[in-house]
Design a binder for this molecule. Structure first.
Ligand code: MG
Length: 375
C-alpha cells in the first residue's frame, strides 16, 4: 500500500469491510485481494469473448470487453496514483465494471432488459454486482467473491431507486443522492474516456468513420492539426494512433488537474466527506467535458447507430429473445446448475435464473446455443 495515500482516499484500515469476515492476507492488501479475485473469476475470463462495439468475429483487432476493461483500468490507475488515491481499489473497480455485461454489447443488454420487463428488468451495472456478490461460485464458505464494500460501491455505478431499496448498503447512496468514493468516481470517468478513444480507433479501422468526419470534432481536430503540422506525410494508421494517444493524454491531464482543484476547494478530510458532497469531485474542466461529450454524441450518431451496426443489432435481438423464451418455456434446455434452481422457482425467480444464464454467455456461446435450439 502506498505510504502517501491522501486522507480522503479509500483506506482498508477504515473500510466498511467484507460481508463475511476473513483472516487478513500476509502479503497483499485487501483491495489487492479484491483485484486478484476479480481476475481469477469466471466472469472475467468470459470478457474476452464479449462484444464491446464490434461483435467478436467481426475482426481480431477490435476491442472486446476484456481489452476495454484493461484500458479503463490503465487510465484509472494513472489518475488514482497522480491524486494519491487508492490504486489497487481503482484497478479492482475498473476490471470488474463490465463483469455483468451481456453478450453482444448494448444490443444484448437492451434486449434482455425488454425480455425482463415484467420480471424486474435487467441492468448491467446491477448484474456486475450480482456476479461478484452472488453468481461466482469459488469459495467453500460463501457465495460470490466477498469483496470489500468500497469495491462493490464502485462497481454499482448506476441503479434504479427500486433496485437500490432492495440492495441495502451499496444501494443507499442512490436513495440519499450521495457520492461514492473518489476511486469509484475515477473508474466511472475512466470508462468513458477509454471507450470514446478506442471507439474512434475501432470505428476508423472498420471504415465506418472517416478522417474528414472526425476532424469536425474539436477534441480530435486540435490533435490532428498538431500532428499533421509536425508530420505532414504520416500514413493514416499511424496518424490516428498518434492523435488518439494525444487525446487520451489531454483528457486525462485535464481530469487530474480539474479534480485536484475541486478536491482543494472542497477540502475533504475523509472518504465520508467525499460521499457527503453534493457533486462528484472527479471531473474534467467544463471546456474539456464539452469536447468529450461532443465526441461521445458523434460516436452515437455515426458509429453505434451506423446501418451496419443496426443490422447486427436486429440479429442479436432475435437471438436473445429466442433464447429467453426457449429457456422460460423449458428450463431443462439450460445446464443443470441453472435448470435445477429454475425448476424450483416461481415464474419471477425462473426469469432471473434464465437471465443470469444468458447474461453470462459469451457471444459465440450465445450463437451456438441459439443454433442448437433450432437444430
Ligand atoms: Mg465499460
Amino acid at each position: 500500500m502506498a505510504v502517501s495515500l491522501a486522507p480522503y482516499a479509500a483506506n482498508e484500515s477504515r473500510s466498511r469491510g467484507r460481508k463475511y469476515d476473513e483472516p487478513t492476507s500476509t502479503y497483499r492488501g485487501e483491495y489487492q485481494r479484491d483485484r486478484d479475485r476479480i481476475i481469477h473469476s469466471t466472469a472475467f475470463r468470459r470478457l474476452v469473448y464479449k462484444t464491446q462495439v464490434f461483435v467478436n468475429h467481426e475482426g481480431d483487432l477490435y476491442r472486446t470487453r476484456l481489452t476495454h476493461s484493461l484500458e479503463v483500468s490503465q487510465i484509472g490507475r494513472t489518475v488514482a496514483v497522480a491524486l494519491n488515491l487508492n490504486e489497487p481499489l481503482t484497478e479492482a473497480i475498473c476490471l470488474a465494471h463490465d463483469l455483468g455485461h451481456t453478450p453482444f454489447g448494448h444490443a444484448g443488454q437492451d434486449t434482455l432488459n425488454a425480455c425482463m420487463r415484467d420480471y424486474g428488468g435487467f441492468e448491467h451495472n446491477l448484474q456486475s454486482l450480482r456476479v461478484v456478490d452472488v453468481l461466482e461460485a469459488k469459495y467453500a464458505d460463501f457465495a460470490g467473491l466477498n469483496l470489500m464494500f468500497e469495491t462493490r460501491e464502485g462497481i454499482l455505478k448506476h441503479c434504479s431507486a427500486r433496485n437500490a431499496r432492495e440492495l441495502g448498503d451499496v444501494g443507499l447512496r442512490f436513495l440519499e443522492r450521495k457520492q461514492p468514493g473518489l476511486e469509484a468516481q475515477i473508474a466511472n470517468i475512466a470508462d468513458a474516456i477509454a471507450y470514446n478513444n478506442h471507439d474512434v480507433d475501432d470505428g476508423f479501422r472498420a471504415g465506418l468513420l472517416s478522417l474528414e468526419q472526425l476532424r469536425e470534432q474539436p477534441l480530435f481536430a486540435t490533435r490532428f492539426d498538431e500532428v499533421h503540422e509536425r508530420y505532414p506525410d504520416l500514413e493514416d494508421r499511424r496518424l490516428i494512433y498518434e492523435i488518439i494517444r494525444r487525446m487520451i493524454g489531454a483528457v486525462v491531464s485535464d481530469l487530474i488537474e480539474e479534480t485536484r482543484r475541486r478536491i482543494d476547494a472542497a477540502a475533504p478530510n475523509s472518504i465520508d466527506d467525499v460521499r457527503e458532497s453534493e457533486k462528484p469531485m472527479v471531473s474534467m474542466s467544463d471546456a474539456m467535458y464539452a469536447q468529450h461529450v461532443s465526441l461521445k454524441q458523434f460516436l452515437h450518431k455515426h458509429l453505434y447507430s451506423h446501418e451496419q451496426k443496426l443490422a447486427m443489432t436486429r440479429k442479436v435481438q432475435a437471438m436473445v429473445q429466442g433464447l429467453f423464451s426457449a429457456y422460460m418455456g423449458d428450463v431443462n434446455r439450460m445446464p443443470d446448475q441453472f435448470a435445477v434452481v429454475a425448476s424450483r422457482a416461481d415464474e419471477f425467480g425462473r426469469a432471473r435464473v434464465v437471465t443470469d444464464f444468458i447474461a453470462g454467455m459469451t457471444d459465440r456461446y450465445a450463437i451456438a446455443a441459439h443454433e442448437s435450439l433450432t437444430a
